[in-house]
Design a protein around this ligand. Structure first.
Ligand code: PLP
Length: 220
């Protein structure tokens, strides 16, 4: 069976091929390796193979494993890709370099407060619930652009991107296209979309980063 490192190299090669096929520049797409549920001993070989950008979906789980890894590899860039509770904003600002899941006013206000207090500014993306699924985090598509504006004008936050997780049972293409359209309207540059099953499609639709977990670490 292939190792995580072998699968990591294979995902990287597929990203490069998808960039070429889509007429995108080489290196236009950042691979965010999603390490949730996996421990430091699983993650370390992938870091040693050269990967520096990782994603976690729970603040507490990330706090348990990443401070030591970040100390050993100071150029790690850690993304929060799971829902953020406002009582965890302090910890999230302290640990993460990119928070991809800003999706409501209260979180925006808490993040603004912590960014000012800690003098640490993680990059921020707004999560959009492109499928309007009731159980899923993210702001409704029609509220996304005004919300980005409010984040900027009311809370003074620099929003750099949008993120989405399309419904599991739907063709993801229309969701990726919607996210790209909203990003143009909101004037943000980063598009975080595509996971193990659909990252090549997302690259064709303009993803600037893809979040890949199980295709590298295996099933959770
Ligand atoms: C777990 C997770 C991923 C990675 O999913 P895979 O299908 O394992 O690649 C990507 N994005 C988010 C938000 C996740 O929670």
């Amino acid at each position: 069976m292939a190792s995580a490192v072998e699968r990591f190299f294979s995902v990287r090669a597929k990203i490069a091929a998808a960039e070429r096929e889509a007429g995108r520049q080489a290196g236009a797409v950042t691979l965010v390796v999603v390490s949730k549920t996996f421990g430091a001993s699983d993650i370390r070989p992938v870091i040693e193979a050269g990967q520096r950008v990782f994603g976690e979906n729970r603040v507490q789980e990330a706090q348990a494993k990443w401070p030591a890894l970040k100390q050993a590899f100071p150029d790690i860039e850690l993304h929060l890709i799971g829902p953020l509770q406002s009582n965890k904003a302090k910890e999230a600002v302290a640990l993460f370099d990119v928070i991809e899941t800003v999706d409501r006013e209260k979180i925006a206000a808490e993040l603004a407060k912590e960014i000012a207090r800690q003098r640490r500014s993680p990059k921020l993306y707004v999560q959009v619930n492109t499928g309007s699924e009731p159980q899923k985090a993210g702001i409704e598509p029609r509220e996304a652009v005004p919300f980005v504006t409010r984040c900027r004008e009311v809370h003074g936050l620099a929003i750099e991107g949008l993120m989405c997780i399309p419904p599991a049972d739907e063709n993801p293409g229309p969701h990726f296209a919607l996210l790209e359209k909203l990003a143009l309207e909101a004037e943000v540059e980063k598009l975080s979309m595509g996971m193990s099953g659909d990252y090549e499609t997302a690259i064709a639709f303009g993803a600037t980063s893809v979040r890949v977990g199980s295709a590298i670490f295996g099933s959770r």
